[in-house]
Design a protein. Structure first.
Ligand code: RIB
Ligand code: CA
Length: 312
């Protein structure tokens, strides 16, 4: 059964790999459109990078939309220290020639959810949740029409990566995350707890480079660049490939396991802004609003990813 999705993204090398995996999996995924949001780098770059990735995959037909250029209530925080000044550092790819759609990303999300049958569109945010939250605030009637939200963000046991308490996507726009996690839409969450288990070890990246395709070389070059930050910080044998956990789950959910629990977002305290307060041990009676992933078959994930990238 093919799932219709909108990918909301702030490319970002790991976003790029997630998009490629989606585009390489037409049996499971139909990409209705890609909506760019400010995050890893400013919007002018994330919307351009999304088009670069589509052209790398030979998919100039994919509609790419530009969305919100800043979070709901805070100044934008970016992550060039991880992703480089372009957001896709590691390899120089041609400037995109496919057009950016004129429609604002938020309008596209609203229109799509109004036009598609209820419960048939999955939203896949890979960056800050500004576009999704803005769509929900602008057109509340679409919330009940969303099939599911499958997102990368948050952390519990792994704690924060941009502050001691918070993961980047949630930290950048905690108010937006609060709207999404409080929306009542079924949520499947890929937190750092699971993404830190899919590390870009050398054998895994060499297997991708050995595809000896333009896509294989680009993905290997991107991971060679972006892994240096996490490897230095965590001392691991590789870096977490965060965002492809979202599209891998759509293709092969059995790779992942977690718990259906309550997750709330800290928006008040400057110290813990953006923390995902996950009731993993069922201590409260707060409503269970999220399938919070905690474990993954890492080699199975990379075998799937490599096999699908070989198709492009
Ligand atoms: O914390 C990791 C997340 O922040 C990933 O989505 C990465 O692309 C950045 O957006
Ligand atoms: Ca991202």
């Amino acid at each position: 059964m093919t799932r219709k999705i909108i990918i909301d993204t702030d490319p970002g090398q790991d976003d790029a790999v997630a998009i490629l995996l989606a585009l390489a999996s037409p049996e499971e995924i139909e990409v209705l459109g890609i909506t760019a949001v400010a995050g890893n780098v400013p919007l002018a770059l994330t919307q351009k990078n999304a088009r670069i990735v589509c052209e790398l995959a030979g998919r100039r037909d994919i509609r790419v939309f530009a969305g919100c250029e800043k979070p709901l209530a805070h100044a934008l925080v970016t992550a060039e220290h991880v992703h480089g000044k372009t957001g896709l550092d590691g390899i120089a790819l041609p400037e995109p020639t496919m057009p950016l759609q004129d429609t604002h990303a938020v309008e596209f999300i609203i229109d799509t959810l109004r036009q598609e049958p209820p419960g048939t569109v999955t939203l896949c945010p890979l960056g800050p949740l500004t576009n999704i939250a803005t769509a929900f605030r602008t057109a509340p009637e679409i919330v009940g029409r969303v099939q599911e939200i499958v997102l990368m963000g948050g952390a519990y046991f792994e704690v924060g990566n941009i502050t001691p308490a918070a993961e980047f996507n949630i930290y950048v726009d905690p108010e937006a995350a609060g709207i999404v996690f409080g929306s009542g839409v079924p949520l499947t969450v890929m937190p750092l707890d699971v993404t830190h288990k899919v590390l870009t070890t050398r054998p895994r990246i060499e297997a991708i480079r050995d595809l000896d395709t333009e896509v294989g070389h680009a993905v290997a070059a991107w991971t060679d660049f972006f892994e240096r930050f996490d490897m230095e910080k965590y001392g691991h044998d590789g870096a977490p490939l965060h965002d492809p956990c979202v599209t891998a789950w759509l293709v092969r959910p059995g790779l992942f396991s977690g718990r259906h629990i309550n997750v709330e977002i800290e928006t008040a305290s400057p110290l813990t802004r953006g923390m995902t307060v996950a009731d993993w041990w069922g201590i409260t009676d707060r409503p269970k609003n999220a399938m919070f992933m905690g474990d993954v078959d890492a080699q199975g994930f990379y075998d799937l990813l490599t096999g699908r990238l070989a198709r492009l």
